[in-house]
Design a protein around this ligand. Structure first.
Ligand code: NAP
Ligand code: GLV
Length: 320
């Protein structure tokens, strides 16, 4: 009898075919809609392996409903959607997909930073709406990126990849982590800062920490007040790291200049979110890693981890 694998989204057959040789594969047929919770609970009941997305909450309820479960492979580097401690207590392996998405996500972070600084979306919409009537001396003016100070909160793999891009734009880079990275400071001439200093000195604040109980609400009213009035906040990590109510207020009252958001507390972001009413917010639907080669590379890591487990080998990128 083959072990049972439930795949939470419709995946390309080229990724699934090798899995069919070693698993009884069951797959949610939609590539776009998340698997409903009740279906996930029902499928988990017989699964030995789960291939999950960041939109699937794998908590104690799912784990308890899944007595045969041995491995969860998550199609993301972030795994805050999984209760890893509870999985570990039950001996369930958890894997993720780091590294292969680092450069693609750094590209998107920098693109969002630039788009927000120069209000590219606002300018495009104005053109399409027929509001480009003449070349105006102060029309569509934004902030400069080159030579500005970038503060990166979370100088890990993606943070370092953004740092390299920022150096090409002659930016002065500050970073904040729990641990200092002296070698990187020497190599790139960037500077460590405690969080209040980073917030106060940066023109752009870029969030790239993982979402955890430690980072939940890390940027709230107090932190937004520490930013420059001309400051721009970019969040490419997870929505819950920023207090969205406080962010709305800071943006509405022009306490900070603008924000660029690829991630939200609730995803997809509800269309009645107050943030979507503001002209000084650039929003994207969580597309950090969304280039075709990178998404395929992430799938490949998940596939390889599942194949390794089925062959009694060590799966790649275990998070415990
Ligand atoms: P990483 O290499 O683990 O880097 C995370 C960095 O954050 C580490 O340098 C870590 O350094 C720092 N950090 C962790 N907890 C912290 C805390 N409490 N305070 C200050 N710094 C802290 O991860 P990565 O591969 O760069 O990915 C980062 C995150 O980006 C992911 O977890 C994911 O949520 C997000 N992401 C989003 C997208 C997207 O599509 N928008 C795509 C990929 C990734 P210390 O341990 O020294 O603190
Ligand atoms: C995407 O958000 C990821 O964590 O890979």
């Amino acid at each position: 009898m083959k072990p049972v694998l439930f795949i939470n989204r419709n995946m390309p057959e080229e990724m699934v075919a090798p899995l069919r040789e070693v698993y009884e594969v069951d797959m949610w047929p939609s590539a776009s809609g998340a698997v409903p919770r009740e279906v996930l609970l029902e499928k988990a009941a017989s699964a030995h392996a789960l291939w999950t997305m960041i939109s699937d909450q794998i908590d104690e309820e799912v784990l308890d409903a899944s007595p045969n479960l041995k491995i969860i492979t998550n199609m993301a580097v972030g795994y805050n959607n999984i209760d890893v401690k509870a999985a570990q207590e039950r001996g369930v392996i958890v894997t993720n997909t780091p590294d292969v998405l680092t450069e693609t996500t750094a590209d998107l972070a920098f693109a969002l930073l630039m788009a927000t600084a120069r209000n590219l979306m606002g300018a495009e919409h104005a053109l399409r709406d027929g509001k480009w009537t003449s070349w105006e001396p102060l029309g569509f003016t934004g902030m400069d990126v080159y030579g500005a100070t970038l503060g990166i909160i979370g100088m890990g793999r993606i943070g370092e990849a953004v740092l390299r891009r920022a150096k090409g734009f002659d930016m002065n880079v500050l970073y904040h982590n729990r641990n200092r990275k002296s070698e990187m400071e020497d190599m790139y001439g960037c500077r460590y800062a405690v969080l209040p200093d980073l917030l106060a000195q940066s023109d752009f604040v870029l969030i790239l920490v993982p979402f955890s109980e430690e980072t939940r609400g890390m940027i709230g009213k107090e932190q937004l007040e520490q930013m420059k009035k001309t400051g721009i906040l970019i969040n490419v990590a997870r929505g819950g790291i920023v207090d969205e109510e406080a962010l709305f207020e800071a943006l509405q009252k022009k306490r900070i200049h603008a924000a660029g958001l690829d991630v939200f507390e609730t995803e997809p972001v509800p269309l009645d979110s107050p943030l979507l009413t503001l002209p000084n917010v650039t929003v994207l639907p969580h597309i950090g890693s969304a280039s075709l080669p990178t998404r395929l590379a992430m799938m490949k890591l998940n596939q390889q981890a599942l194949l390794a487990w089925a062959r009694d080998e060590e799966p790649n990128h275990r998070v415990w």
